[in-house]
Design a protein around this ligand. Structure first.
Ligand SMILES: [Zn+2]
Ligand SMILES: [Zn+2]
Length: 138
């Protein structure tokens, strides 16, 4: 996901569009053909400012050319989190999501998760000891 895509997202559970992005791994991406058409419009997430106060040039050289490969998106309204893995945002409704799939992902980045996010995640325990006990299944 590139930074300028962030403003197009909404939390599927509560509809909030002001999400918080925690990037863990980024890479350079190729610029789109006509950058002025895809510039951040409402809110520039990378600069964390109103898009109108960020010059086009800054948005073009960063929001559009920086791709988040791994990270999480957090909804501060309902507290849900959504993973970005291999550049893809996985924003699923509660019925469809299976957080156990992201256990390895979360373990890998747990040091970099904000405290409140780590505490509220409804996934199997994050400490390696507890996770091992679970996978042994007695
Ligand atoms: Zn921007
Ligand atoms: Zn939400």
């Amino acid at each position: 996901m590139r930074w300028f895509h962030a403003e197009l997202l909404a939390c599927p559970a509560c509809g909030n569009t002001r999400l918080i992005i925690y990037p863990f791994k980024e890479k350079e991406a190729e610029l789109p053909g006509s950058p002025e058409k895809v510039k951040c419009r409402r809110w520039c997430y990378l600069y964390d400012r109103q898009a109108s106060s960020v010059p086009l040039k800054s948005c073009v050289s960063t929001c559009m050319s920086r791709e988040i490969e791994e990270g999480i998106i957090v909804c501060p309204v309902c507290g849900r989190w959504y993973p970005i893995t291999e550049g893809i945002v996985v924003m699923l409704d509660d019925k469809y999501r299976d957080d156990r799939k992201y256990l390895d992902f979360i373990k890998k980045y747990k040091e970099r998760l904000p405290e409140w996010v780590a505490r509220h995640m409804k996934i199997p325990p994050l400490t390696s000891g507890e996770a091992e006990t679970q996978s042994q299944q007695k």
